[in-house]
Ligand binder design. Structure first.
Ligand SMILES: Cc1cc2nc3c(=O)[nH]c(=O)nc-3n(C[C@H](O)[C@H](O)[C@H](O)COP(=O)(O)OP(=O)(O)OC[C@H]3O[C@@H](n4cnc5c(N)ncnc54)[C@H](O)[C@@H]3O)c2cc1C
Length: 370
């Protein structure tokens, strides 16, 4: 078998796996993505698609550079994907308005304001309640202030992944439908994977199985501390003009996307691997939406989705080579930010596979840190 690391199997056809496959193939590797359901059929196809490097787990902190690179790559893909594939990924710059209803919420928001204002490429300012309602007139009269951020962006995650898959295929990536059940090893290195329909040889393997990556712990001889964090989103037909920006509060958000629908979310639920939409979650999301934008009570439900974020035990990504098992790599744990981080995690992973190093700082994401 070829031992030049160029024969790579990527397990998982979510945004992380597909991005890794694309960058690997672009650099000359022979790559197959193995997906047991269909590409983008889980969180990577049903996320909200908000893109901002200025907040989230590990920001400011160890995730910042990865997020910044994710933002840069999304801006590149925003041009490249429609041009190369004809798929309109609905990438666009989209300001965000993060609401505060109480003094406590306002002082919490102000803690990172100066740091956010110092970041290149963004315009961030505190606005009072009246100024927030000038930006979006339907914002609740109870809002006392908000952080208004210009420079954030958004994408339609499923269309993004569809386009990325097409571009990856143009670079020579094969996508194969199979359920991976184990790894084949020889002399301390990976030499293949086992699937329910047979074995596939490889020189390197990338485990990008999202919240299911823990299943690979026994294959790798390494505890991958990851669990699913369920989140749900409503797509609504709302009366009146579109919402002027992405409005957020306490982890919830609402925004008219380019499909003309108002997308509203979300929940954080410890529900195991259950991906079914539920009525209590729908009611909670509607309640948060009406707290932010009370005049939308007549919005009509068009679609209700649920999916699972891959959340690591410390909230940081898990990204890197598996010590003691040559040719094995893990890329998961993007939590609430995988659409943003996915392309950067993919690029870092491809570089690690092919050259053993990457210029993206990933030391704190080591798979064996738990
Ligand atoms: C409600 C919600 C809203 C979100 N909004 C945003 C947002 O606005 N911005 C943002 O940046 N992020 C957002 N996210 C987070 C983002 O969706 C995830 O972090 C990201 O999609 C994770 O991608 P992934 O490739 O790691 O995992 P997944 O998308 O879960 O992909 C993993 C794939 O691996 C496959 N697989 C698993 N096991 C096997 C096996 N044994 N064999 C073969 N295939 C296998 C699965 O079928 C799956 O397709 C949101 C998430 C949720 C739930």
């Amino acid at each position: 078998m070829d031992r030049n690391n160029n024969d790579v199997l990527v397990i998982g056809g979510g945004i992380v796996g597909m991005a890794a496959a694309y960058f690997l193939a672009k650099a000359g590797a022979t790559v197959t993505v193995i997906e047991r359901d269909s590409v983008g059929s889980h969180a990577s196809g049903f996320a909200y698609g908000g893109l901002s490097q200025l907040s989230g787990a590990g920001i400011p902190g160890p995730v910042y550079e990865l997020a910044r690179e994710g933002m840069r790559l999304h801006s590149e893909f925003g041009r490249l994907l429609p041009q190369e594939t004809g798929v309109v990924t609905e990438y666009r710059e989209r300001p965000t308005l993060s609401l505060s209803f109480t003094e406590d919420e306002a002082s919490e928001a102000r803690k990172t304001l100066a740091w956010q204002q110092a970041q290149e490429g963004f315009k961030v300012r505190w606005v009072d309640g009246d100024a927030a309602r000038e930006i979006e007139p339907r914002v609740s009269s109870e809002v006392m202030g908000a952080v208004y951020t210009e420079g954030s962006a958004e994408v339609e995650p499923y269309k993004f992944l569809l386009a990325l898959t097409q571009l990856a295929e143009k670079e020579g990536v094969h996508v194969r439908n199979a359920n991976v059940t184990g790894l084949k090893r020889s002399g301390g290195r990976v030499v293949g994977v086992s699937t329910v329909s047979g074995e596939m040889p490889c020189s390197s393997v990338v485990v990008a199985m999202g919240p299911w990556s823990g299943e690979a712990s026994s294959w790798l001889g390494l505890g991958i501390e990851i669990r699913p964090l369920k989140g749900q989103i409503l797509r609504l037909r709302a009366p009146g003009a579109e919402i002027a920006c992405s409005v957020g509060w306490a982890g919830n958000y609402a925004n008219t996307k380019l499909d003309g629908l108002l997308w509203a979310g979300t929940t954080e639920e410890e529900a195991g691997f259950d991906e079914n939409p539920t009525t209590p979650a729908r009611d909670r999301i509607m309640a948060s939406l009406l707290k932010m934008l009370p005049s939308l009570a007549d919005a009509e439900l068009v679609q209700h989705t649920a999916c699972l974020r891959p959340l690591s035990a410390d909230g940081l990504p898990i990204l890197g080579a598996v010590p003691g098992l040559e040719g094995a790599f893990v890329a998961t744990g993007a939590g609430r930010k995988g659409i943003l981080l996915g392309p950067a995690m993919g690029r870092a992973t491809a570089e690690l596979v092919l050259s053993g190093k990457t210029d993206i700082p990933i030391a704190e994401f080591a798979p064996d840190r738990f």
